[in-house]
Design a protein around this ligand. Structure first.
Ligand code: FE2
Ligand code: FE2
Length: 336
């Protein structure tokens, strides 16, 4: 039998009426499954707060994927060559796919895509603040790939081991694609950095603008992170914000050197004792302002998202009509 986890056995026992299990007993089974690094699956019992936390996190992640298409889509028509255009189109399309996996993962928790999109459009759910910054030059496409997708990978690789099965499995595929995104960004910046003086300056300017917002992607410092401790206990999160941020900095420093670009932080230096880099203070007032809606592009991003949703209504209607027409019940001539 495929459903062999303690979670499934407990759920089946209750469904069969062969066991009288109260919530306390289910909680104990859940806790044991998490402690044993077993995956929690959609039909397993889970605490309401665990479910709510996952929905919030997966929704925010899904929203970030689809809003994140905008800053880069801004450059598709102006990509400098057919090769670059094809790569960028594939990348932006991947992000739509990531959104799809993630909305589907949220659906397994009983929350539909319509509801989540409605919350995004009405501002009740957020997306990553990084996408509220503008893409001013072609080099920004490279900086986003190298730094923003790079930070996303650092954040998401540990999520492949997240305790909730559908989210963890979605992350495996997402991370493979993000790794391609990161490399295309690096390669783009390398070409610019080795190009003319103006191209090099353009690449440096993009890195100067995207570096600090990328570090903010890991979220507030550990002592101010509201949900971190509980998420770590549930094994949704495996590492703290600060830990992941430091890991990212350590990865980027040698890559920046190979690129021939500098990171805009005079305090950045290797700390022999800690075996990690020290870096300067992050301007959290900027992070909070962007989060509150006062970033350079907040208004533009959400307006465009709402418009795309409205303009896509006919596609959704056509897809629903097509699905109804081809459903087995319709094909067999029965009423649906
Ligand atoms: Fe993505
Ligand atoms: Fe990506």
């Amino acid at each position: 039998m495929a459903t062999a986890t303690p979670q499934h056995r407990a759920a089946e026992a209750r469904a069969d009426g062969t066991a009288e299990l109260g919530d306390a007993a289910f909680q104990a089974v859940f806790d044991a499954a998490v402690a044993a690094d077993e995956r929690i699956e959609p039909r397993d019992w889970m605490p309401d707060a665990y479910r709510a936390t996952l929905v919030r996190q997966i929704a925010q992640h899904a929203h970030s994927e689809i809003i994140g298409m905008q800053p880069e889509a801004n450059w598709i028509t102006r990509a400098p060559s057919l090769r670059r255009k094809a790569i960028l189109m594939a990348k932006v399309q991947d992000e739509a796919g990531h959104g799809l996996y993630l909305y589907s993962a949220a659906e397994t928790l009983g929350t539909g895509r319509d509801e989540l999109l409605d919350k995004l459009h009405s501002g009740r759910q957020k997306y990553s603040s990084i996408f509220n910054y503008p893409t001013l030059t072609w080099a920004d496409v490279g900086a986003i790939g190298w730094l923003v997708d790079g930070a996303a990978i650092t954040n998401q690789v540990p999520l492949c081991r997240c305790s909730y099965g559908p989210y963890a499995r979605a992350m495996v595929r997402v991370c493979k694609e993000e790794s391609f995104h990161q490399r295309q960004g690096y390669e783009l910046l390398l070409a610019l950095s080795r190009g003319t003086e103006a191209q090099h300056a353009m690449a440096q300017d993009a890195v100067d603008r995207w570096w600090w917002p990328s570090l903010m992607m890991f979220g507030p410092p550990d002592d101010e992170s509201a949900h971190s401790a509980q998420s770590m206990e549930w094994k949704i999160k495996r590492h703290s914000n600060d830990e992941l941020r430091r890991r990212f900095v350590d990865i980027c420093v040698p890559q920046a050197e190979s690129l021939g670009l500098t990171l805009p932080d005079p305090e950045l230096r290797w700390n022999e004792e800690r075996g990690q880099h020290d870096f300067g203070p992050i301007d959290w007032s900027e992070f909070k302002a962007v989060l509150k809606g006062n970033g350079p592009c907040n208004e533009q991003r959400i307006t465009q998202r709402r418009r795309a949703h409205d303009e896509g209504a006919w596609v959704r209607e056509a897809a629903a009509a097509h699905a109804a027409k081809h459903s087995p019940a319709t094909r067999e001539g029965r009423a649906v």
